[in-house]
Ligand binder design. Structure first.
Ligand SMILES: [Zn+2]
Length: 257
């Protein structure tokens, strides 16, 4: 799936898309050279808005289909946990999930999985699913990656996780910070992955007030929703405990005993 041949086929398609993304710039130059600079300004502004919104707004599907909710009929929100594995946090989080009888999808970073392969095995052994969260997690620059770099980030992580757990190849891809440029979804699909987003997050990667984090998540909670939290933050264990309590309480309210 991630062979050289697949990569070459993907790059041909992605490079066509790359050329198409340059066409508005060419049009701007032509319009300006003809003295039609107001029209050039309009084309420039519209293109800029499309690129910024399509890339940086996590739930925007302009550049390809995203999984933004669970299938209709879902009775409880799905918990997803990004940025692991972590030598201290992952075992603590697994214990919390066990205590509350919750299953989650762990979106793992390839480099960290290589450092702690036993934690990848432990996540799976306890009944959770693993997902692809890139090999190096270049959160600040992910939206700028070219088709070739994008392929390398996602394919290398897929190879890493599949090498560690061959029986459980990831089927989901979660882009770092939710940023997905014109090549991201195309790349994930070429590797056999669906791009998984979320419906509820508390910005626990930056905030440290756990009550505020939980309030933000609770406001967006729906039965078919997808909750995002992170490992590797100073408050991640406390956040996981509170989110687990919230999710089990939410499910108990909706499923009569
Ligand atoms: Zn991340």
């Amino acid at each position: 799936m991630t062979s050289e041949r697949s990569r070459a086929q993907y790059l041909r398609r992605a490079n066509v898309r790359f050329v198409l993304t340059l066409l508005p710039a060419v049009l701007c130059v032509i319009l300006t050279s003809l003295g039609l600079w107001p029209w050039a300004a309009v084309v420039f502004c519209v293109t800029l808005v499309v690129i910024v919104v399509g890339t940086l707004v996590p739930r925007c599907s302009l550049f390809g289909p995203l999984v933004k909710r669970q299938l209709s009929g879902s009775k409880a929100p799905l918990l997803t946990i990004d940025d692991g594995p972590h030598p201290e946090h992952t075992p603590a989080i697994l214990d919390i999930l066990d205590r509350h009888g919750l299953k989650a999808i762990f979106c793992l970073i390839g480099d960290r999985a290589e450092q702690y392969p036993h934690l990848v095995h432990e996540i799976i052994r306890r009944g959770h699913e693993i997902a692809n969260h890139t090999q190096t997690h270049p959160a600040a620059s992910f939206w700028t990656l070219t088709p070739a770099r994008m392929w390398d980030e996602i394919a290398r992580c897929q190879e890493t996780l599949t090498r560690i757990a061959p029986e459980h190849p990831p089927r989901w891809f979660r882009p770092p910070a939710g940023h997905h440029n014109a090549f991201c979804v195309l790349t994930a699909r070429a590797i056999g992955l669906e791009t998984l987003m979320w419906t509820a997050r508390g910005f626990d990667g930056t905030l440290t007030n756990t009550d505020s984090i939980i309030r933000r998540i609770r406001r967006k909670l729906t039965p078919d929703g997808i909750v995002l939290i992170h490992e590797g933050t100073p408050v991640c264990v406390e956040v996981t405990e509170k989110v687990a309590q919230m999710l089990t309480g939410y499910a108990a309210e909706r499923i009569p005993s």
